[in-house]
Write a protein that binds this ligand. Structure first.
Ligand code: ADP
Length: 327
């Protein structure tokens, strides 16, 4: 019986006729400061179940670390009781993330859609062609904003739901060329030069579509947050079994207090600026997901007013020999 109980991944506690615990599975052992509280709840549920009472209780919130546990008492036919402990912590966390996300999306889409409604109503009340034209132009801008938020959301959910990235040999040179191609127009419009430091980089392992998306987002930001006429540089270096793709700009930079948060969905340092530049607040969330999907990471170094360097680390196809490791 002990061996069987040890193999059960669920928290189970078996009690005698008086509700006193006799046996439990390893998963029923609750650590941390929650011990006492859970112990008390468990005792009263087992005592009630031993008397034949199956009343359901709301989940127990214990911690720290915060945990959500649902304990059910089941009376046993031959006397005694069984308690089943369900750890709902992860489910509760995901529910909270999801609710938050939906609230954020609604808010992000409500702004441009609301603006479009106001602009359209104003157009309906106006006869002056010039005014109407300028309002229509603003409507087009708001429509583009809603549409880029939707595009980024679709991209993010495709990358999230796609799970692990494909593991193909990827030509990093082609990935960089495609990412530069996507950003070139926005850069040219503001006289910004994109410089590629290593036109013949080593090969990586991964998913080229995801990598293009991540790199294009980093380049797009570097351009967006650079001053007109500036230079953005992409460089590649082999670091042991990794390839580092670094995108550097000499733009506005990021205050150190915000560095931890910029990878969160919809987080922006300067809302007004992000809005002016057509930002969706989702670009870096996409980059972080791509990095995680590749088993790599994305890092940032930035100083306000001096510029930023974002480094995307992905697995190399042919790990560099130790003597050629750069750092
Ligand atoms: P956005 O669409 O607003 O650019 P991102 O998720 O791409 O959203 O970036 C989040 C925030 O991080 C931006 O709003 C901006 O404040 C900051 N940020 C990102 N990249 C840079 C950069 N290269 N230079 C300065 N700030 C940046």
């Amino acid at each position: 019986l002990r061996e069987v109980l040890d193999a059960v991944p669920v928290g189970l506690v078996l009690a005698d006729q008086r509700g006193k615990p006799i046996l439990h599975t390893p998963a029923a052992r609750i650590g941390g400061h929650g011990d006492v509280l859970v112990g008390e709840a468990l005792e009263s549920i087992l005592a009630a179940a031993a008397r034949g009472d199956t009343g359901q209780r709301p989940p127990e919130l214990v911690g720290p670390p915060p945990k959500v546990l649902q304990i059910r008492g089941i009376p046993l036919a031959g006397g005694g009781a069984l308690a089943v402990i369900d750890d709902l912590t992860e489910r509760a966390r995901l529910d909270a993330v999801r609710t938050d996300f939906v609230a954020n999306i609604s808010h992000e889409l409500k702004t441009p859609v609301g603006a479009m409604a106001v602009l359209a109503e104003t157009i309906a009340d106006h006869d002056d062609l010039d005014v109407m034209r300028s309002l229509a132009e603003r409507m087009v801008m708001e429509a583009h904003r809603a549409s880029s938020t939707i595009d980024d959301l679709l991209e993010l959910s495709r990358i999230e739901l796609g799970g692990e990235a494909a593991r193909e040999v990827v030509d990093v040179g082609l990935v960089m060329a495609e990412a530069v191609h996507r950003t070139r127009l926005a850069a040219e419009r503001r006289g910004i030069t994109i410089r590629v430091d290593d036109p013949h980089p080593p090969k990586a392992i991964g998913d080229s579509r995801q990598l293009v998306s991540a790199l294009a987002n980093l380049l797009d930001n570097a351009v967006k947050y650079s001053n007109d006429g500036g230079t953005v540089t992409i460089s590649v270096s082999a670091v042991g079994q990794w390839i580092d793709l670094a995108v550097a700009d000499r733009g506005v930079g990021i205050p150190s207090r915000d560095l931890d948060r910029i990878f969160e969905r919809f987080y922006r340092v300067d809302r007004a600026r992000s809005r002016d530049t057509g930002g969706t607040g989702l670009g870096l969330a996409i980059v972080r997901h791509v990095a995680t999907n590749h088993g790599g990471e994305v890092r940032v170094q930035s100083h306000e007013g001096e510029g930023s360097v974002f480094t995307l680390r992905i697995p190399a196809a042919d790990p560099a020999c130790p003597s050629s490791i750069e750092n």
